[in-house]
Design a protein around this ligand. Sequence first.
Ligand code: ADP
Ligand code: MG
Length: 368
Amino acid sequence: MFLKQLSVSNFKNYESQKIEFDAQIISLTGKNGMGKTNLLDAIYYLSFTRSAINASDQQNIRYGEPFFFTKGVISRDGKAHKLQCTYEVSSGKTFLVDNKPLEKLSLHIGEFPVVMLSPNDTDLVREWSELRRKFFDGLLCQIDRDYLNCLIRYNHYLKQRNALLKAGSRDRLPDTHLLDQYDQELLNNGKLLWSKRKEFLKSFSPVFLERYQELAGKETVFIRYITDYDKKDPETGLKESRQKDILMQRTTFGVHRDDFEFLLGKNALKKSGSQGQQKSFVIALRLAQFEIVKMNKGFKPILLLDDIFDKLDDARISHLTSMISNRYFGQIFITDARPERTSTLVGHLDEKVQIFNVENGVVVPQPA
Ligand SMILES: Nc1ncnc2c1ncn2[C@@H]1O[C@H](COP(=O)(O)OP(=O)(O)O)[C@@H](O)[C@H]1O
Ligand SMILES: [Mg+2]
């Protein structure tokens, strides 16, 4: 997969910009706050139909403007495709693929896969289970359409059930028939998500372990799937939690509470891992994501490396650069606040490199 052209309009700090790419390696340099990450996010949008950073589309509109769009020409399987995502305050989001509007945005997920490594990835180790669940959900959705549909249905019925629970009160208990129906939907879809997550982890783990050991040496790392469904039979668990759910006004049993525990040997990475081990862990997660998506699609996703050289030591940087020079990846976008560092890194590669300087939302090509 190859991004040949990107145009953005009113996207964050960009007013209007059109850039042509003809290299495998694209380096974006510029001081902090100039718009490097924003440009990667515009590319991310074309793949995921949403921002990697902002939860709401509206936040990506340049302050005070009524709309934004991000537009790309991507070649895949020898054919060029036009992708365009527009968000207007007045009418919401539309996504065009080759000028045809998508009926459902979710159908686009996985079609033009992108993998992004960002400094925020270390949150995966530290923060709540939600981020880890999102990582695995995002990956599974890119490669398994049934999973995606099932997840959408599960979340839909979970929302309905929670709304019903919230509407109840001490003297007006929620409609049990309706609760029964929602429970059935949650169980049907939940069981499929559960088995697919379990199954997926089996194929993901060896790929992940290999990536980790390449980066950090022979330590054993492990990802453990933790789910209510393994603690109790799903039917029984949901039934038994109903009284509590009515009291708490939310659903307290199910796969929406799943977690993936990161282990270093037998210990929790969060507690006993050094910063270096935690970084290796999250990079290995992303590289394994790249590998799994590549295997599934039969072509290489676009790789977005956001400011990672700042956060890594020399050994990990040299490992990544050797992966780059071995042509393990396809097209790569690399941001860096220190232009001289990227030039040294990519300087000795055979690959063609394009360098752009980003200054206050304006992208200027530099001599390579
Ligand atoms: N909706 C928006 N409208 C205008 N500017 C924005 C918007 N969202 C973010 N910005 C600006 O984008 C800049 C950050 O860009 P970013 O891509 O993160 O920089 P960096 O080059 O450090 O990666 C900040 O100056 C911020 O104010
Ligand atoms: Mg940045």
